[in-house]
Design a protein around this ligand. Sequence first.
Ligand code: ADP
Ligand code: MG
Length: 700
Amino acid sequence: MFALKRFDIQYVKGIGPERGKLLTSELGIRTAFDLLRHYPTGYIDRTKTYSIRSLHQATGEFPSLQLRGRFVSFNIIGEGASMRLIGLFTDGTATIDCVWFRGVRETRKRLATGREYVLFGKPSYFHDILQMTHPEVDPPETADNAPGVRAVYPLTEKLRQRNLGSKALHTAIVNFLNAHKTPLRDPLPPSVIQSLGLLSIDEAIRNIHFPQSPKKLERAKLRLKFEELFYIQTDMLMRSRQRKSMIQGYIMPHIGKWFNDFYHNCLPFDLTGAQKRVIKEIRADIISGRQMNRLVQGDVGSGKTLVALMSMLLAIDNGYQACLMAPTEILATQHYETISNLAAKIGLNVKLLTGSTRTKQRRLIDEGLRDGSIHILVGTHAVIEEKVVFNRLGFAVIDEQHRFGVAQRARLWQKSDIPPHVLVMTATPIPRTLAMTVYGDLDVSVIDELPPGRKPVSTVLRYDEQRTRVINGIRTQLAAGHQVYIVYPLVKENEKLDLKSVTEGFEAAQKIFAPYKVALVHGKMKSAEKDQQMSLFASGEAAILVATTVIEVGVNVPNATTMVIENAERFGLSQLHQLRGRVGRGGDRSHCILMSKHNIGNDTRKRLELMTSTTDGFIIAEADMQMRGPGDIEGTAQSGLPFDLKIANLAHDGQIIQMARRAAEALLDSDPSLSANENRFFASALASMLNRETDWSRIS
Ligand code: ADP
Ligand code: MG
C-alpha cells in the first residue's frame, strides 16, 4: 500500500496529467496512495430510483440519491458571478429544480429537454423550493448500471465543473484496483490484525470503494478508522514512554520552609481531597528523577491556582525558581495579585512580567531572575521570550493552556539545561477519549471536587419578551449589594455590529440601573483602559460589568452573583460553561440567565436547555463535542494531530480510540522500538504517516 506513495496520480488510468494536476490542487491527491485514501462520504443505492413526489413528502435531510426523468425547460438567470442555470426536471410524479452555478453555458449545451436522464445528487430546500445543485446527469445508457451501491466522494465545485465527478473518481479507483493484481501490502503488524480480527488492508480498501455487502462495508470502515487511530496512539505512546525513560528531570525531594510556612500560616481554608491528591501526584513526579509533563483538569472554580502555587513552593524549597504563564494580561495580573496576596505573610518574592512592563521595572526583573532572588515570575507570553533568563528555572505552570501551543511549551526547555517540570492547567474539560488523543503525551490529573459550600449556579433560559422580569431580578441582586455581569458575544466576522450592541448595552444598563455604576470591557479596548474598567468592577465600585468574552477565563470576583448572557444562542456550550464559572464563587446563591431570541432552531434550543440542566463540565464538554465535532472544541485544533484524519472521527469513535490505545500498548510492551522483523514494515508506515520520510524503494 505505501509503495503507492511513489505512484504519481497522473499515471493512474483515466486521470492523465491535466486531471492529475487538478486533483492535486483541489484535493491534495498526488499519488495513487492518496487516491485510494480518498474515502467516500456516502453511497448511492443504485438499485433504487426515488420518485420526486416522495421527496416532497419526506422530512429531514436528504441522502445523495438517484432520480430518473426528463428536463422540461432550461433557464439561464443572472449575469457574471451570479449567473446560474435552472433546469426544471420531472419524472411525472412531481418536479424538482436542478441548479448550476458554474459551467452554466457548457452544461446547458450538453443537456436537452425531452430526453431521458439519470440524475445523481443531494436534494435540498432553498426558500422552500426543492432543488438539486450540480447533479450528475447521465443518459441512461451511459449511467453505470452496476448493481449495488456506488460511492459518493468529497469533491469541489471546480472538479465537478471539469467533469471530474464522483463517477469519474470511482471509475479511476476501480480501474486502478482491478489492474493492481497483487494484494496491497498490509502496514499493520500481523499480530494486531489477528488478535482483533480486522480486515486486511486490501479487502478494506476494495470494500470502502465498492462494498460487497453492508456488513463488509462496516468492517472496512472499522479497519480503516482503527488504522488511523492506531498510528496516532502508537506515536503518542512511544514518545511518552521515551520521554519517561530518557528525559532527565530535576529531583526535588525536600518539603521545606516555604511550603510549610505557607501551609500553616497562609492557607485560608482546608484543601479539598482532590487538591491534596493532585499535589501528591505532582510531588511523586518531581522526586522521580524524570521530567514531569502533567495536565491538571479541573472545572472552573475547583481551585487550580492553589495547587499550582503549592507545587511551585515545593520547587522553591529545593532551590529552584518557578514561573506561571497565563494567556492574557488580565489573567496574568490576576494570578499575580492572588499569589502575592496569598503568600504575603511569608515574604515570597513574586514578580509580574507582561508586554506592558516598563523598561526600568523590566531591568529589575531581569536582575532578580539572574541572581535567583525572584522566586516566582508570573506573566504572559513575555516569559518565554529568549531574553528572559532565569538562574535556576525548575518548575513552569501554564494556565488555560489551550491558548498555549505545544511549540511554546517546548521553548521553556531552552531556559535551563534540564527541562523544567511542566504543569499545564485547563478548565475546559476534555472528554476522556479526546484527551487520550490530543494530550496523549501528558499525564493527566483531575480535580473532580469543588471547594465545600459552593452552591451550584442556577441557570435559566429567557427570551427577549421576558426582559422586564430579568431586569427586576437584577435590581434585587444589586439591592442586596451583589454585582452583575452582562455578557455580549463578539466575533470577528461580526465585529462592527457586535461592538455596537455591547456599547448600546452598556448605555442602556447605565440608564436602567442608575445610580449604580457600570463598567465596560471589550477586546477592542486598549489594555490600560481594560484594566482600569476591570478594577472598577473588581474593587466593587462598579456594580455592573458589561463585557464581551474577554472575561471568559479566570476572572475572580466572588461578590458577583449574577450573569446575564445576551444572545446566548451564539455561544458554544463550553464557552457558556466557562462564562458561567465567573459567578458562584462566593457563598451566595448565584444565577446565570441565558437570553435568547425566540425563534431559534431545535439544536440550539437543546444546547441551551442542556446548560440549564447541568453544571457538570464533563457532561457539557462531551455534549459539545457530539454536537459540534472535536475540531471546534477550543484548543484542540492547534494541539496538532500529526496528520489529518481521513475517516476516523474523534467525537464519535471513542471506542475505536480505546481499542487502538490498548493495541498500541500491547504492541509496544512486546516490542518497544518496533524493531522486530514482523513490525518493521509498520514502523516505516508510521514514519511515513508522520512525514518522517522513508525510502520506500528499499522496503517494497
Ligand atoms: P480555578 O480552578 O477556576 O482556577 P481558582 O483557583 O481561581 O479556580 O479558585 C476559585 C476560588 O476558590 C478562589 O477564590 C479560591 O481562593 C477558592 N478556593 C480554592 N481552593 C479552595 C478550598 N480548598 N476551599 C475553599 N475555597 C477554595
Ligand atoms: Mg484559574
